[in-house]
Design a protein around this ligand. Sequence first.
Ligand code: NAD
Length: 324
Amino acid sequence: MQQNIRKVAIIGTGLVGSSAAYSILNQGICDELLMIDINTERAVGECLDLSHCIDFTNSRTKVHTATYQELGDVDIVVITAGPPPKPGQTRLDTIGIGAKIMADIIPQIMASGFNGIFLIASNPVDIMTYHVWKLSGLPRNQVIGTGTSLDSSRLKTYLSEILDVDPRSIYGYTMGEHGDSQFAAWSHVTVGGKPLLQIIEEQKDKLGHIDLDQMVEDVKKVGFEILKRKGTTYYGIGNAIAFITKSILNDDHKIIALSCVLDGEYGETDLCTGVPAIITRQGLKEVVELHLTEAEQEKFAHSTNVLRDYMASIGYEKKALELV
Ligand code: NAD
């Protein structure tokens, strides 16, 4: 019988990495989960604790620590190594340390012969995804970041509370940087197929009070609201990582707002940012190009400009903006 073992590795077994691992194990998403951290004792501790979940789950996932040399036949390497921003910092403030960590670990992973999919969650995620793409030399379909998947989910959560509709029946995305310059593509948010803007127009008495701009501000800031209260965020991103991992391994062709290397889409090249994308067993199949309104396009251009400025700070040349 042909054996088709689904292997996932998580690099960085801190709060985000261990939350992702917990979610992956509980959903039986892979057969083998490999955990690596520069703090090897931490990785061993997490593996021991996680391995004691198996008896209470539906599938026997093997979870253990590993070395980089053992990653040659892994399907997905998830990167969650790096410090979360401290109070008062933005995600972009961790760029220097994040860039150094990627420069340390990616060559070691590639030396193993790894030819699977990189899924990056470390912040600033758009820039780290681009950096990993460059460092790995892999084609763009094999390097994706969690992008605005979590932000889009937060947006849908707010809408679901106001509309009293399951967030999974709401389709829509925040796009651009996973950070302060992101924006919501309101012209493409639908509830059960009906455009949100039309619903609001038709139900002015009930919904006219919704402040869409404020809602985007709340999405941008809520991570820091959590940070203020409990230090950092990890359950939401942990589940997002598990969801994306499952979509890849199941070849689901799901559309998720991820950080992708753009190659002409939205008039941009040589840059990673949050866009809706079709995800398969090969990673990125296609970036979904929404017809944005002029105002949304301007916000997209602003966000990519912010990202290019920060990319320049770690040595990537800033190119002129090309707007469609
Ligand atoms: P954490 O401090 O709990 O864990 C980070 C882990 O990375 C630590 O265990 C540390 O030992 C490890 N590490 C550091 N350098 C390493 C190296 N060179 N090799 C291997 N491991 C290394 O932090 P956290 O809360 O788990 O956050 C991790 C990252 O995830 C941060 O960059 C954070 O900003 C990011 N994050 C992203 C999102 C998102 O939506 N993309 C959401 C939350 C957090």
